[in-house]
Every structure is written in C-alpha cells, then in structure tokens.
Design a protein around this ligand. Sequence first.
Ligand code: ADE
Length: 351
Amino acid sequence: MNDILSTKAINALLAWYQAYKRDLPWRHTRDPYHIWLSEIMLQQTRVEAVKPYYARFLEVCPTVGALAELPEERLFKLWEGLGYYSRARNLQKAARTVMEVYDGKMPRTYEELRRLSGIGDYTAGAIASIAFGIRVPAVDGNVLRVLSRVSGSRSDIAEQSTKDAYRQALLPLIPPAAGDFNQSLIELGATVCVPNGDPKCDLCPLAAECVAARDGLTDEIPVRSAKKPRKIQPLTVLIIQDGNRTALRKRPDKGLLAGLYELPNVQGHLDEDQVLTHIRALGFEPLRIKRLDDAKHIFTHIEWQMIAYAVQITPEFDGYHGASDTLIVQNDDLHSNYAIPSAFSAYVKYL
Ligand code: ADE
C-alpha cells in the first residue's frame, strides 16, 4: 500500500504550517501541563472560546499541584460556560494522580499519559508529541477529515477501526518535528480542509495529491455514519426566589452534569397548579408564579425541552427545612461562587 502522505506532501505541510499557523497561546510553550490543559479545553470547543478560559485557568492553577488541590466548586466556576464538565473533573483526577504517582511531574511516555483520567489516544498523542517530541500520531476529527479526503477513503470516521487505521498509517511517517507535524494536520483541518461546505483547496499544501479534491468529492468525504437520534426530555425549570436569594439544587454525583448546581427542575411539562404543589413539597411557601420563555439545550445524547416558571416565595430567615439537596443562595454569592451549567443560560438573566 502507498503511504498515506508522501515525503513531499509532509514537507509541504510542515512548510505551510510554519508560514500560516495561527498564533495561539498554547503554541508558545512546551510545558506538558499547559499543552494538556489546552487539548482538554479544545475538545468540542472553538479556539476563540477557549483562549480566555485557558489564560484564567493558568492564573488560578499555575501548576498541576494547584489544580490537584483546587476545591471542586472553584474548579467548576473556572469551567463555567465551557460545558462538558466531566472534562474538568477528569483533569483534576489526573492532576491528583500526577502528584501522587509521578511526584508532580507529568509522565513523559505516551502509554503513561494514556492511563490518566480523561486522556485518550488523541490527547496522549498530542501531549507526547507537542510537549516531548515523541513520534506518535494525534488523530482528532480534523485529522480524520484531512486524511480521508487526501486518500479518497470512504471508511466511516465514526468507527474506532478507522481511527486506528489512520494512526497506524501515520506512525511510520511522523518526522522528528512530531508536535509540529501533528499540529499541522489539525491546523489544516481547522482552517483549510474545513467541514460543511467548501474546503479552501486553492490554499491547501496537499491539494496536488488529494483524491477528494481531484475527483470533486470533498462534499461526500469524509463519511460519518448517522448518530443515534438524541433522546428528547421535557423539563420544567423553576426559578424560586425570595427577594434576592435563589434556590439551587446539587445534581447527583453520577450522570449528566454530575455534581453541579442547577436551577431546581422537574421531569415533564408541569402546569401552574402542579408547580405550586411541587414548590410546597420542597418546603417553600409560594407567593406569586409567572411563566417564562421556553428554551432548549442540546447535549451530546439528550435534548432538554424546557418550560420555566419564576416563583416568588415567602422569605424564611431562620432557614428552610425542605429537600436536602436544595439550598437557597444570595444572588451575588451565586454569581461569584456557583457554576450554573450553560443548559440554563436562558434563565440566568433572572438571577
Ligand atoms: N484543536 C485541537 N488541538 C489543537 C491545537 N493544538 N491547536 C489548535 N486547535 C486544536
């Protein structure tokens, strides 16, 4: 079988990267902790969105040790708005392993990195190559798209076997500048060989040997099997307030948005009477109720279809004696110390 990229193509790609790479904060460092953090944040998140989070995170947690010791609420507050909070939880779990097992220094092999929480094949390859110059591939969605188009392959990029095949195909071709090589493929996918619509083949260093460009197949390749349809969940969200305090609920430690604080909510779409009954069951005395706008939020596998009510309750300054997972928090304390998942962003303006 021919190599998936010729030596000439690899050299063209590296030269293109040197000339056109974006100037990104994590490209000014080889600190493995910084590279690791950037790669975790960049999963499912746009570069422009990541930049301010990356800077703020490193101010608060300049070292792996600081991350390992950060209280969970502060960790989630730093992550608020980025979504996929399990990334933050895994990051901290791995930081604790680095402290306990590796004396605070990031391990320097692909295999050891791969065993840390939240680090898969791609992320281990990215850290190993960018921070340590190890010649291993880092195949993310960008790279899968580039390689599928260059080779004209219709293998399903959602399949693990396809990812493994591209990793195997790249392995013997990786040049000494392994980090630059991997990032050049990622960068090409992110800025030139873009999904949905027209890739900028006239700007592409690989166009001369790209099968999809030659045969006009860039809108058919890559092939990705249809994902399972998302499960629709109707939800009633409650903004329960007494003056300038708002009720929050801590989610269970497992599952969607595990351990995060949220606006209290009930499965299904409740009418006003059902909401008032529910509010009393929580140990609150409702004074006024008002229907708010509907909203929806799309998670990877679930879609929330939300209706919402603002419910004013009587203040109880000796403390409420209701459900144990529900608490009532001053609004300014809420804004500075609690991370409310973006799923509720349509309702944050009422807090
Ligand atoms: N996406 C994933 N990793 C990246 C990186 N290192 N630079 C830019 N975009 C990325």
